[in-house]
Design a protein around this ligand. Structure first.
Ligand code: 26Y
Length: 826
């Protein structure tokens, strides 16, 4: 009885239902006779997209007309997750859609579950980019994202007997309702070839192969604003004229389509393995593809928006800000130089000045192995003109230092862009960024301080004002308002406003109610409901049943030795052993715990994979041991991703952020947990330091060495000057005894020995921090017994999280780095 009516601006539930039905019927993707949850999802998403398109087009025209300075965020990763809940929430049509779907026989929550995560990223850096997009739109800032449209994003993690197995995750299997191909936005991207010198001395890159970049746009709606920005993802496509029809007709099918298959490789997967030379080349191609397509697009738009006026190139930086999300898009620097000099005819000095005033760089790590270095030979082969430009940047930098900072003469070989070590000449991408960009920032205060004091300390002497801090943030829409509606309702009720969703600092006003038993009761019941939902999820994906009355203790993040999931599991092993040794009466006095660990290990990172295996092996034993079952469960949550996080975080009570101090640049899930009233056990690392400051030290379970102690402790550990705590030895020994099966854990356990000559000799200081970690865990157990106190701490965590809104972070980038202003749709 619901009519089929196309109505892109439908407001009333009945109209929306009609529009959804219209899409289900006329969508070319499905047979019109079926309306199962999957079709219902796609039809609903298309109807939401209808609503977005008008605002999206209006936003584009508005920016075009006003022509403000605009930011372009370049990132090789975006971890967008699902978009439906976020879109209806940001459009403020959640109730209308829920109602419309009800008329069609569905619940909105059920339909949203049908959506596949867009996982075009690995971890923190990619999710940060996605939170930033949400804040840029919400703040009505003229700011777009650029990325790559990977065919296969982050792999799907399967847990088998041997541990993690990776399989390709087909997020585009059917199609994505959120992307719109722009077949008219196409740029040529060249690879290989040679440099031609013209009689007038100008240079031109010619030959090689040319592949096209085609734009796919994803709408990014803001919350409580009509501004709808874009995430532009590039897809690679060969030109039709490069298809060799003669060869094909001659039966040489593969060689005829060679360039087509080479084009397809570029965006086929996120982080293709780089163990081989071909793998490295492909990764470099991906990076260049993003940089070149985006800059050509930016320059085209700059020209279009002049509306016929003469081009003043020196005005470019007053219209364009480019932010590099780590060094992955560094090739933007020589690419912008090349476009300005070779295509637009500018001289070096002008081009350099423009490039410098346009580009800013964010560093996300101090780990030496994560600092990108590209072989000069590979660069000369793939990008000969860019290598010429990089050599010139390097040469001019050296001259500048010699003439202005002679005292740094001895440091030049470390500071310059090229490392000409004859064994392996490389380009140091971070150095190229620091030398070329106008601003360099770290992602938490401690991290930015370390950058200035260590990694980039000599550059600070050259450019004392270039370095800034921008502490990361998270979007309160996805990470509280939409993923935790129960808690949101309570917050709104007590603050008597929902303004906190846009102005997260308002959460401090919860502090005055932290002792109220009425609020505490509501708070606890919301938490319990989220824990129940989480328990259902865990049962569904692992078959393990967990008790919502136990303490839910969660560590979810990429598996990495510096993040020390190994310390967590050693703690669990020790806890298990002690429980086994206790009498039944003693056990009853302990605090029951459910330890959940989730995260993906990079496919070739063997020690990380061993950690995954150990967690699941420990779980298999503990969870089936009737003696301890009521007091401890250990669960490995498979295939951790954005939508899994949206279930886990609201249901968490304790979360672990336990990296070796100085190694986690910031962390962002720590902010999500704290915002959802979860207490943190953690080290003084990354943003933990600031979170603890904001929520109060009494509400944070602190342990471990500080960053400035780490170098000395490492030395002592290596020299065998440090005597490990007996608890640490006991836990390791218990694993070695075969208590969790006979898989060979020795490479893992040996890496924890300080002076054994194995690996880096407990480089991550698990041995040193273990006793203080266990003491902090004992304080957690005690605190949890006092429900009133715990709930108060939980309320204070949320109340103190205002600073960690990505709206605050983006506001600071806009003002202090990009110099852009709001450009709100009327
Ligand atoms: C190119 C390759 C070697 C590479 C690929 C991805 C290197 C690094 C990365 C990703 C890094 C990353 O995700 N870093 C994280 O960034 C977050 C956002 O700033 C931080 O919160 C987190 O501490 C940091 O590890």
């Amino acid at each position: 009885k619901i009519p089929l009516v196309a109505n892109p601006q439908a407001k009333e539930p009945a109209e929306i239902a009609s529009n959804i039905k219209y899409h289900a019927h006329y969508s070319p993707h499905f047979s019109p006779y079926k309306f199962e949850p999957e079709q219902a999802f796609y039809a609903t998403a298309e109807s939401v997209r209808d609503q977005l398109i008008k605002q999206w087009n209006d936003t584009y025209s508005h920016y075009h007309k006003v022509n403000p300075k605009q930011t372009y965020y370049l990132s090789m990763e975006y971890l967008q997750g699902r978009a439906l809940t976020n879109s209806v929430g940001n459009l403020d049509v959640q109730d209308a859609y829920a109602n419309a779907l009800k008329q069609l026989g569905y619940a909105l929550e059920e339909i949203t579950e049908q959506e596949k995560d867009a996982a075009l990223g690995n971890g923190g850096l990619g999710r940060l980019a996605s939170c930033f997009l949400d804040s840029m739109a919400t703040l009505s800032l003229p700011a777009w994202g650029y990325g790559l449209r990977y065919r296969y994003g982050l792999f799907k993690q399967l847990m088998t007997k041997t541990g993690q197995e990776e399989i390709a995750e087909d997020w585009l299997e059917k199609f994505s309702p959120w992307e719109i191909p722009r077949h008219d936005v196409v740029f040529p991207i060249r690879f290989f070839g040679q440099v031609e010198v013209n009689p007038n001395g100008s240079r031109k890159w010619v030959g090689g192969e040319v592949i096209q970049a085609v734009a796919y746009d994803v709408p990014i709606p803001g919350y409580k604003t009509k501004n709808t920005n874009s995430l532009r993802l590039w897809e690679a496509k060969a030109r039709a004229e490069d298809f060799n029809l003669f060869e094909f007709n001659d039966g040489k099918y593969e060689s005829a389509a060679l360039i087509h298959s080479r084009a397809q490789q570029i965006c086929a997967v996120l982080y293709p393995g780089d163990a081989t030379e071909d793998g490295k080349l492909l990764r470099l191609k991906q990076q260049y593809f993003l940089c070149s397509a985006s800059l050509q697009d930016i320059i085209t738009r700059f020209k279009e928006r002049l509306g016929g006026k003469d081009i003043q190139w020196l005005e470019f930086p007053s219209k364009v800000a480019v932010q590099l999300n780590d060094t992955h898009p560094t090739l933007s620097i020589p690419e912008l130089m090349r476009l300005l000099m070779d295509d637009e005819g500018l001289g070096w000095d002008e081009a350099w000045d423009i490039t410098n005033r346009t580009i800013a760089y964010t560093n996300h790590t101090v780990l030496p192995e994560a600092l990108e270095k590209w072989s000069q030979a590979v660069m000369w082969k793939l990008l000969p003109r860019h290598m010429e430009i990089i050599e010139e940047v390097d040469k001019r930098f050296i001259i500048m230092i010699q003439s202005t900072k002679p005292e740094l003469e001895g440091k030049i070989s470390d500071l310059r862009v090229l490392d000409n070590n004859p064994q392996k000449p490389v380009v140091r991408m971070a150095n190229l960024c620091v030398v070329s960009a106008h601003t360099v920032n770290g992602v938490a205060q401690l991290h930015s301080d370390i950058l200035k004091a260590e990694l980039f300390s000599d550059y600070v002497k050259v450019w004392p004002t270039k370095f800034q801090n921008k502490t990361n943030g998270i979007t309160p829409r996805r990470w509280l308002r939409f993923c935790n509606p129960e808690l949101s309702r309570i917050i709104t009720k007590w603050l008597k406003t929902d303004q906190w969703v846009n102005d997260l600092d308002l959460l401090v006003n919860l502090r005055q109610f932290a002792d109220s038993s009425e609020l505490q009761a509501e708070w606890e019941s919301a938490k319990l409901a989220s824990k129940q939902r989480l328990a259902n999820y865990v049962l569904q994906v692992t078959g393990v049943s967990i008790d919502p009355k136990s303490l839910f203790d969660i560590q979810i993040k990429r598996i990495h030795e510096y993040k020390r999931q190994l310390m967590n599991i050693l703690g669990a092993v020790y806890r298990y052993k002690k429980l086994k040794e206790m009498s039944p009466e003693e056990r009853k006095k302990t605090t029951p715990r459910t330890i959940m660990i989730g995260g993906k290990a990079f496919a070739t990172y063997t020690n990380a994979k061993r950690i995954v295996k150990l967690v699941s092996d420990v779980g298999a034993v503990v969870n089936t041991d009737p003696e301890v079952n009521d007091f401890l469960k250990v669960v490995f949550v498979p295939n951790y991703n954005v939508s899994v996080a949206e279930v886990l975080i609201p249901g968490s009570e304790l979360s672990q952020h336990i990296s070796t101090a100085g190694m986690e640049a910031s962390g962002t899930s720590n902010m999500k947990f704290a915002l959802n009233g979860c207490l943190i056990i953690g080290t003084l690392d990354g943003a933990n330091v600031e979170i603890r400051e904001e929520i109060g030290q009494d509400n944070f379970f602190l342990f471990g060495a500080t960053a400035d102690e780490v170098p000395r402790l490492r030395k002592e550990r290596e020299q065998g000057l440090f005597k490990p705590d007996p608890r640490f030895e006991e836990a390791k020994q218990f694993i070695k005894s075969g208590a969790f099966g006979n898989y060979d854990y020795s490479p893992l356990l040996d890496s924890l020995e300080g002076n054994s000559g194995f690996g880096r000799g407990d480089y991550f200081l698990v041995g040193y921090d273990f006793p203080s970690y266990m003491d902090a865990q004992a304080r957690v157990d005690e605190a949890y017994k006092d429900r009133k106190k715990w709930t108060k701490m939980s309320i204070l965590s949320t109340a103190g999280s205002g600073k960690f809104s990505s709206d605050r972070t983006i506001g600071q980038y806009a003002k202090e780095i990009w110099k852009i202003n709001e450009c709100r749709l009327p």
